[in-house]
Unconditional design. Structure first.
Length: 191
């Protein structure tokens, strides 16, 4: 039993040495081979929330600043502002993409802070107290998968993207609230 613990600790120690070395080499080689590319984009989309007794939708605008990490990896930081009411989302996103000529699809993960959950209390009074109790506190931090299947590059650093999808949930009461962000159209400019 004691030998098993020592062997396990030794394997973990070797692994903890090689993983940082690999990551450092990987990022340094990518940085040395490529100059950083910055991307600024603006988008229009809609957000839908669903919980046990509530459903809410809202449209809004989005502004994003992205930068390349390696040839096929990008990090984004941005803000969304909903219409009526004007409530914000702030997010960070990591995207892995591939280039096929002008078509450049990507997938990734997004996490952020959202203050856009406002449940409609109008309508039916059936189970209103229960609904209000279940939807009152869903938290602010969320995580979502991200897919951008229709990204196309134009000349002079311009690009367009359509029908991006983010699907996720809030960390608090994980899975109780579902979040679907659909970006209908995004205009991009790389520098």
């Amino acid at each position: 039993m004691f030998d098993l613990l020592i062997n396990r600790h030794f394997r973990i120690s070797r692994l903890s040495f090689w993983i940082p070395l690999f990551l450092t080499t990987w990022f340094q080689s990518g940085i040395a081979q490529q100059t950083h590319v910055w991307e600024l984009s603006a988008a229009y989309g809609a957000l839908a929330y669903q919980s046990s007794y509530g459903f809410q939708t809202a449209t809004g605008m989005e502004a994003t600043l992205g930068w390349s990490l390696k040839e096929n990896f990008r990090a984004d930081a941005g803000v969304r502002l909903g219409f009526n009411p004007a409530l914000p989302d702030v997010y960070l996103r990591l995207v892995a993409g591939q280039k096929f000529g002008i078509w450049q699809p990507g997938i990734g993960l997004e996490s952020g802070y959202s203050n856009r959950v406002t449940w409609d209390t109008n309508g039916t009074l059936l189970l209103q107290e229960t609904r209000d109790a279940l939807t009152e506190d869903v938290g602010y931090a969320y995580i979502a998968s991200h897919a951008e299947p229709l990204v196309f590059a134009w000349p002079n650093g311009w690009g367009v993207s359509a029908f991006e999808i983010n699907f996720g949930t809030h960390f608090k009461h994980f899975g109780q609230t579902l979040r679907l962000q659909a970006t209908f159209l995004r205009l991009r400019k790389t520098f």
